[in-house]
Design a protein around this ligand. Structure first.
Ligand SMILES: NC(=O)c1ccc[n+]([C@@H]2O[C@H](COP(=O)([O-])OP(=O)(O)OC[C@H]3O[C@@H](n4cnc5c(N)ncnc54)[C@H](O)[C@@H]3O)[C@@H](O)[C@H]2O)c1
Length: 437
């Protein structure tokens, strides 16, 4: 117990050494915040290429400027390694590894397990280990802690464990690491206290909850809430198409209600590592308790079919002009899962492109943030948004509304446009060429 009590003082004095396992979209910004606060931070990353880039003082995450990495390294406050042995030197270890789904859409815990196995081998008393990867309720208590205790040390007395969900929103200019409150739930009251103390150094607000399970469910509630509301907006878009109404106008007008309504928008499908994946972690867990998470299943179904709807609409629009998808030149604008990022994980653009290609469409794409796409062995390169490319395409499909694209020009030069994001809402000239989701 006493070594754990010493940890509090080490955090206060910034002598505690911070380890971050997994230096991706979540781990790297977190590591930088600790370094900015004066902690000596070591990043543990399996990908040697990422480590090499960081060791050169450069960044590969859009939200983390290379200058921050270089500055932290000059001050001797940040290093990155593939060698897990130094984990034993860390006082606090944050685990930020991926939690995707397997091919059969079950939680893939392999990254968490490999990370915690590596920590277990080097575990010593006085360490605090915080899991930040999004996961089902019970992961920390039923999977993470038992593996760590195989070391012979006890959680809560020799070492501490907490779960603290990550809420980072890449490319968000207003909400960065510091000004988004951090939720923390420890395995014991002391575990929570230590995790709160470590996060109070870099977060403006820390919100303790009573257990790691509660903290795990907080994250799943947040993203399930979004997935379900986006599902409702998507279903409304399907209804509006049949009613001959403009879903964007209906939602914008409803959003003028100052209470009791929250605006969510439809789109070509869900993307990113979180919203399409996280609710499935919860429904999977509930299945093991013989409970069907019906809202989640319905939203997953509606959202998952949006790429099919996009392709049906493209077929309808071309059909009106006596054109088949087969052989038509189709230009996809934006393939990242959301505006102004390069992240392609789970992007609906992938499904849309694959479906169009499977029907014989001659598909090109332009994305200022994505240089190339790998589609089951076929590589597509982002094309220039030239006058000729726009005017020679039979249809331009807006899938991601990146800022910096001149939508007036796109509409002016294109023969016809299918806009799944209402990106062209300000365009007045040539509206007859635009069809919206
Ligand atoms: N990206 C987001 O916007 C976001 C937001 C909130 C929560 N999350 C959650 O945070 C977690 C991490 O997501 P991410 O987007 O940072 O993933 P990522 O893929 O960008 O980064 C994870 C990193 O971990 C590394 N890694 C994997 N196994 C490892 C191991 N055993 N040891 C060391 N390194 C290892 C990978 O090489 C990768 O660089 C996930 O659970 C995700 O759901 C992500």
């Amino acid at each position: 117990m006493s070594r754990l009590l010493e940890l509090g003082a080490k955090i206060d004095s910034r002598e505690a050494r911070m380890g971050v396992v997994g230096l991706g979209y979540v781990g790297l910004p977190l590591a930088m915040e600790f370094a900015k606060e004066g902690f000596r931070v070591t990043g543990f990353e399996l990908d040697g290429e990422k480590v090499r880039i960081l060791e050169e003082g450069r960044s590969y995450i859009e939200d983390v400027p290379s200058a921050d990495i270089a500055r932290a390294r000059e001050k001797g406050l940040f290093d990155a390694t593939t060698d897990m042995n130094d984990l034993s030197q860390m006082d606090v270890i944050n685990v930020c590894v991926p939690t995707p789904l397997t091919k059969t859409k079950d939680p893939d815990m392999s990254f968490i397990v490999s990370a915690v196995e590596a920590i277990k081998k080097r575990l010593r008393s006085g360490q605090l280990v915080i899991l930040g990867s999004t996961t089902y309720p019970g992961t920390t208590h039923d999977l993470f802690v038992p593996i760590l205790e195989q070391s012979g040390l006890s959680c809560g007395t020799d070492f501490a464990v907490a779960f603290a969900p990550e809420r980072i929103d890449p490319a968000n200019k207003k909400f960065k690491v510091r000004n988004v409150p951090k939720v923390v739930g420890g395995e014991t009251a002391l575990c929570t206290e230590l995790a709160v103390k470590s996060y109070q150094t870099i977060f403006d607000t820390v919100v303790p909850v009573s257990s790691s399970q509660s903290a795990e469910l907080v994250k799943l509630l947040e993203n399930t809430f979004r997935a379900i509301n986006i599902g409702l907006a998507n279903e409304l878009a399907l209804m509006c198409h049949r009613l001959g109404l403009d879903v964007w106008e209906v939602i914008d007008a409803a959003a003028t209600k100052p209470y009791g309504f929250m605006k969510f928008l439809p789109g070509p499908g869900l993307g990113g590592h979180c919203i399409p994946v996280d609710p499935t972690y919860l429904s999977w867990k509930m299945k093991s308790l013989n409970f069907a998470a019906r809202f989640i299943d319905l939203a997953t179904d509606v959202n998952g079919h949006m790429p099919d709807h996009v392709v049906e609409r493209v077929a309808e629009i071309l059909n009106d002009e006596r054109l088949p998808i087969n052989g038509s030149r189709i230009l996809i604008l934006g393939v990242a899962y959301k505006p102004d990022v390069s992240d392609m994980r789970e992007s609906p653009a992938l499904d849309v492109i694959n479906l169009l290609r499977s029907k014989g469409g001659v598909v090109s794409f332009h994305d200022p943030h994505v240089a190339e796409l790998d589609l089951d062995g076929v590589t597509l390169k982002s094309v220039d948004l030239s006058d000729d490319m726009l005017s020679s395409s039979d249809i331009v499909v807006i899938v991601t509304d990146h800022s910096g694209i001149d939508w007036r020009r796109v509409v002016a030069l294109s023969q016809r446009v299918f806009d799944t994001r209402n990106a062209t809402k300000q365009v007045s000239e040539g509206r007859e060429k635009i069809q919206k989701l």
